[in-house]
Structures are given as structure tokens and as C-alpha cells.
Ligand binder design. Sequence first.
Ligand code: DLL
Length: 430
Amino acid sequence: MTFIPQNLTEEKIQEIQLKGLQWTVSHAYHNSPLYRDKFDKVGLKPEDVASLSILNDLPFTDKEDLQEGYPFPVLAVPFEKIVRIHASSGTTGKRKVLSYTARDIDVWADMFARCYELAGLTREDRVQLAVGYGLWTAGVGFQAGCERFGAMAVPVGPANAEMHCEMLVDMGTTVFCSTASMALLMAEEINRRNLKDKIKLKKIILGAERHSDAMRKRIRELTGVEHVFDIYGLTELYGPGTGLDCTFHNGIHYWADLFIFEIIDPDTLKPVPDGTEGELVVTTLRKEASPLIRYRTHDITRIIEGECDCGVPLPRHDRITGRSDDMFIYRAVNIYPSQIDHVLSRIDGIGSEYQIHLEPREDGRDRMVVKVERGVNTGTGDDLALAEKVAGEIRKKILVRSSVEILDYGSLPRTERKSKRVFDKRNGKA
Ligand code: DLL
């Protein structure tokens, strides 16, 4: 069973990428008015794509292009070739709707099967799916990949913890797939119900949102699983399954024969050297219905150089540390929520869950309140010292003052979807 391409060399990947880029540019130029317009504006024709170095000259696309083209943005095939659409949740502005041909669905299932293979699954595995079905890509993506791979899907969906626990025990589930938030929720539930010894769970595959080292560690401890894998993906790029970390957990292998990943500086829009953090920009090589050319994901990561010890000949990017658009400015300091994650992950005695509240004050100065849960078996006696410690570390590492509230373990909301961490109530913001 090999879904992951073997015998790929760097030269071979570049060869595939150049062919794929030539096909995509020609396909998009001839079939999508949006792309033709973008190319005409910079005076480029498909014939100009003679080497991969031209990538830097190609125009970017961004979420506004998809939103303006609602409901069928960047469409490059006639309607009779579309067999399905998906849409992203779209918290701001219009939803982004992406279309799929039968071949797109097929490529996506293959791509996802690679993830299960990389995570070391076999056909004996029983894979419980706790992600949402419907317009979101997650449910059907995980399921189609599982069926293509040949393991047994247990498609519970985002049901309640009760139902999940029942299925974990009764179905002998070995692999659990969900958002990072749902994985934590379930890990706590497994612990609360003392199910650790009654279940056969070996692996958790989680993604869809940034999560901290502390959160992964907590999930592993509570469930006793061997591995927690980080799966990346976005609706625009088929959905979940664009890559996964291998059992060495040293970066996310991505499918460089299906898309090109570039990392750019989000301010200058210029590529950064390998190893440097920046914004991930993606170009698809085989996508028919909604091809992407230099699409700005706004996700922050870096390319990890060198070969992985696992021997898989596909390149790696680091975990997603945040989004270029989730930065907030507080007292003239630019802060990413991941920086707070990072600080909290390294302090003993607190849990992995937190919220950042930005509030206006009467004197006109804003206030940042960081609400953090006490560690699971920690008493209230040390709250004051703990709060001071957290505030002190935030001040030392991020250079801002904050008020820290220590809350009971489990008191912050748990969700089966993506968690909201920043609540900005300044100047009429939400
Ligand atoms: O979240 C697809 C997905 C579902 C991936 C389930 C993994 C598991 P969207 O709703 O379009 O698609 O959201 C995509 O979620 O641009 C990232 O900001 C974030 N994201 C996805 N996976 C990860 C991850 C799905 N592993 C957006 N780590 C992306 C951090 C992630 N952030």
C-alpha cells in the first residue's frame, strides 16, 4: 500500500512542479476571466512559464478575489464538470465557495490517504471522525481519505462527548480525528470517565487550528496515545490533508508534487530564504475547478530544510504558528496569540486553555486580561503567585503589562469546533 510517492528526488519534484505550473497557468488563463485579467495586467502569457523561477513574477491571489467572485470564484471549468462545492466558515465577509470536479475529489482522496499512511495506519485501523460534515471540508475529507486508504471509518461527526465515548469503547476505535479543541475536550472526557484502560486508542490526528505544545502534551497524557499528529489544510486547497507530521514529529511533510509552497514576507511580499518564518503562499498543480495561483493563505510557517529522519522524500514546513491577520496591536506592540501560547506552555502549574481579552479603560489606556486555567491538580492556594509569574513572563518575553486571572481547571469553554482565543472589545470591536 503506497499512496506516498516513492523515489522522488528534488530534481524530479521540480520537474513535476514545472509541468504542473505550466498546465495550471494555461488552464487558468484560458478558462478563468479573473486569472486572465491578472495575467494581462502584468503582461504575462502562459508561454512565458519556462522555468520555476517565473513564480516570483506571477500575480498573487487573495481571499478578496474569492469573495468578490462569490458564489463561483476562480471557476475554470464549465458547470457540468462540477460535482461538489465546499465553503469555508467565513467569519468575516462573504463565504469562500470552492468547486470540485470528479478528478479534484479523486486527487484529494489520494492526498488524504497519504496522510493516514504517513501516520502509520493499516487497514486494520478503526478511524473515528469527530469533525463537522456539510459545507465544511473536514468530515467528507477525512472520510473519503479513510475509505481510499482502506481503514474503517466511524463517521460520528461533531456529536456529543457521550456518543463519542460510547463509540470509542464499542467500536474499538484506534485512531481519533478532530480539531485540536475537540481532541482536548475528548481527552478530558476520557479522563473524567476513567476510560483510558477500556479504549484501544493509539493515535490522534488533529488540526484545523493553531494549538500549543502544552495542549498536545495534555492530550497525550490524558489519553495515553502513542502519537498526536498535526494535520494541515484549508478549504481553498481541497480541504484537510495537504500534509501531516510523520512519527518523528519534526515538521509537516507536504505534497510538493501536488502544489508549490512558497514563504513570503507579508509586508514586502518577497520570498524569504528557506528556514525563515513568513506567510505561506500556495500554487496548485492539478486542481481543475478552482485552481490557485500564488494564493496567500495568511498562515505563518517556515520551510524546514534538510531531509527528515523518516526518509520520506517530501519536503516539510513547520507547524502553523499563527496567521498574518490574527496579530493584534496592544500599547504599540504587535502581538500574535501564538506568542502568548508559547509563554504559557513553559509555565508549570497552569493548564493549556487561555483567553486574551482586550478592553478599553476609562482613562483611555487599553487593558489586556489573560485568563488562564489552573493546572488540573493544582489547588487555589498559589493563585496569586501564579498570576504574578504569568504576568511577569509575558512582560519579560512580549514586553507588555497584562492582568492575569487564574481560573478553575475546565472553566473556560471547550468546543468541538475551532476555539476563539482573542476577544477584542476596544473601539467597538467584537
Ligand atoms: O480547517 C481544514 C481542516 C480541517 C484542516 C480539519 C485540518 C483538520 P478551513 O476551515 O478552510 O479548513 O480553515 C483553514 O485553518 O488557513 C489555518 O489558519 C487553520 N488550520 C488548518 N489546519 C491547521 C493546523 C480547515 N494543523 C485554516 N494548524 C488554515 C494550525 C490550521 N492551523
